[in-house]
Write a protein that binds this ligand. Structure first.
Ligand code: ATP
Ligand code: MG
Length: 574
């Protein structure tokens, strides 16, 4: 990491207060978090009740819970309105005989109806299965088959990708949109909801009952069905409070789609459990559109991803200057390593430090973060939150000392940890193979002050001439070069060195691929990082292969390089 970054940011940041942090860790108790929920007193538990209905019967009743807009629609809903709309969805599903434990999938673009339905599913104790709208038929079929879904809510445009004939367990297809396009056996969501009462009985559940089934992003292989339970709300509420730092007047925007875990844990649960006003913007990504969204709603807290920040950076400073983004007070990132160069840029143009947060579909909520009450370190994921214990373990489960790269592991349990991988107990056991620990599959080290530094996926760590090199460090140096938009780094087998480093690079607009540029970039890494970490080979690509959630797929780069099969591509971007 460049020294300048630390200087720029440390000058502004509060002094690291280790005492506070240690004290907060000592005092932390999950049972204090429990007391913040109404079930603590009533014994009646349901996440959707806590997120919506509880506020609808409080002073927040008429507060805006949801600002929704896309190029066609522009609507706002209070907590009370959300309570009623989600009740209608709950009643509609109940009328079909759907109930507790049933898997109900949602396969549609972001619209208010997606949110009503998802809350309705949870209200009746069924398990929600969100699917990203860009999935093609095979991806949809695999997930519905694996989970034994009984119903799916979709649109006329997407329903053609639901292969009914191959899904004997799928009993109901509910379609939202133009009714002239409906098949006879399809249920029209609009009509069914219009007929349904807006008062509904909540299905009270056990904290360990199923809430949501999320299939992972597919960066490293076939997506897994990760099963979460209602008790996860403890951690959604807690992290919304201390990491997102949600305050009563905040207007919060999480840019993730609910097809991915960030879009539910932090696009739905955390903000609403904290009674925050939540912005949802439908439609496609465009820098102008995003900045306008912030300006229009006076967004104060903004949660996005490195891929988006890199694209915004690529759009240039001029794009930022056309908008008033002064409402922003807290910016966060998740999903991939956050390059220091991106933080440096964000600090310059948004006057905000972008706070990195680390977690996974399987962990259900944030675990290691840079959060407001502690000093952040650019390039580091931050420190484990109070209530969470993390360590770097070797393959035998021994804790490694600071600065040694190894398996990033978390002490079990914590409230939002997955309870199983659907239909795949063996996979679940792999994460739990070391007694008392959850093995994340990520490689990292811890510094002397307890900050964790991401190195790469375990399988992506490169072994070159006896040195272990994390691809993230090399990629971050590469994107500091003015010509480089994005970089993906892999180890390429080499008879002498074991592996050599190969970089795939997409260039920023205005730059031409050439051998001179390759040499210049190599020199840049050699001088800025180290000789052994400099790529031996560079290949320019118009675009890097990414998942639909925006992560660079290094396994695809590797497969291309080695001419091997690419594996499951159901989540590969077009
Ligand atoms: P799959 O498990 O199907 O291969 P995936 O791991 O990309 O896909 P997710 O659960 O969406 O699916 O992503 C979690 C992973 O994303 C983490 O294991 C980590 O590698 C990466 N990640 C998330 N946040 C960060 C972060 N702040 N810094 C570095 N990496 C991160
Ligand atoms: Mg994963």
């Amino acid at each position: 990491m460049g020294k300048d970054t630390i200087e720029i940011i440390a000058a502004e940041a509060k002094q690291a207060n280790m005492m506070d942090y240690e004290q907060a860790r000592k005092e932390f108790d999950w049972s204090d978090v429990e007391q913040r929920f109404s079930w603590h007193k009533t014994g009646k538990l349901n996440l959707a009740y806590e997120a919506i209905d509880r506020h609808a019967t409080s002073a927040l009743k008429d507060k805006i819970a949801l600002h929704y807009s896309d190029p066609q629609r522009d609507e706002s809903y209070t907590f009370e309105q959300l309570r009623r709309e989600s009740n209608k969805a709950a009643n509609m599903l109940r009328k079909l005989g759907i109930g507790k434990g049933d898997r109900v999938f949602i396969f549609m673009p972001r619209t208010p109806e997606l949110y009503f339905t998802l809350l309705g599913i949870i209200k009746i104790g069924a398990i929600a299965g969100p699917l990203f709208e860009a999935f093609m038929e095979t991806a949809v079929r695999d997930r519905l088959q694996d989970s034994g879904a009984v119903a799916i809510v979709t649109t006329p445009k997407l329903v053609g990708r639901v292969p009914e004939a191959e899904l004997p367990e799928l009993k109901h297809i509910i379609v939202y949109g133009d009714e002239s396009e409906l098949a006879e056996h399809h249920i029209h969501l609009g009509h069914a909801m219009a007929e349904a009462s807006d008062e509904a009985e909540i299905e009270w559940v056990d904290g360990e009952d199923g809430l949501i089934l999320h299939y992972t992003s597919g960066s490293t292989g076939k997506p897994k069905g990760v099963y979460h339970v209602h008790r996860a709300m403890l951690q959604h509420e807690y992290t919304g409070r201390i990491v997102l730092d949600l305050q009563p007047d905040d207007v919060y925007w999480c840019t993730a789609d609910p097809g991915w875990v960030t879009g539910t844990s932090y696009g739905i649960f955390a903000p609403w459990l904290n009674g925050a006003t939540n912005v949802i913007r439908g439609g496609r990504f465009s820098p102008q559109d995003w900045y306008e969204t912030i300006q229009r709603y006076n967004v104060t807290v903004w949660y996005s991803a490195p891929t988006a920040f890199r694209m915004l950076m690529g759009a240039g400073d001029e794009a930022v200057q056309q908008y008033d983004l002064s409402s922003l007070r807290h910016v966060l990132s998740v999903g991939e390593p956050l390059n220091p160069e991106v933080i440096r840029w964000g600090y310059r143009v948004y006057k905000q430090r972008i706070h990195d947060t680390w977690w996974m579909t399987e962990t259900g909520a944030q675990l290691i973060c840079n959060y407001p009450r502690m000093d952040m370190r650019p390039g580091s994921m931050g420190r484990p939150l109070p209530g969470i214990e993390a360590a770097i373990l070797d393959d035998q489960g021994n804790e490694l000392p600071p600065l040694r790269m190894g398996n990033l592991a978390i002490k079990t349990p914590w409230p939002s940890i997955m309870r199983k991988i659907w239909n795949n107990p063996a996979k679940y056991e792999e994460y739990m193979r070391i007694d008392g620990w959850y093995i994340s599959g990520d490689s990292a080290y811890m510094d002397e002050d307890g900050y964790f530094w991401f190195q790469g996926r375990i399988d992506d760590v490169i072994n070159t001439s006896g040195e272990r090199v994390g691809p993230f460090e090399v990629e971050s140096k590469l994107v500091e070069h003015p010509a480089v938009a994005e970089a993906g780094v892999i180890g390429k087998p080499d008879p002498v060195r074991g592996e050599v480093i190969k970089a795939f690079i997409s260039l920023r607009e205005g730059y031409e691929a050439s051998d001179e540029l390759k040499q210049e970039i190599t020199r840049f890494v050699k001088e800025g990082l180290s000789a052994h970490a400099a790529p031996r080979e560079i290949e320019f690509k118009d675009k890097l292969p990414k998942t639909r959630s925006g992560k660079i797929m290094r396994r695809v780069l590797k497969a291309w390089e080695l001419e091997l099969p690419t594996g499951d591509l159901s989540t590969l971007e077009d």
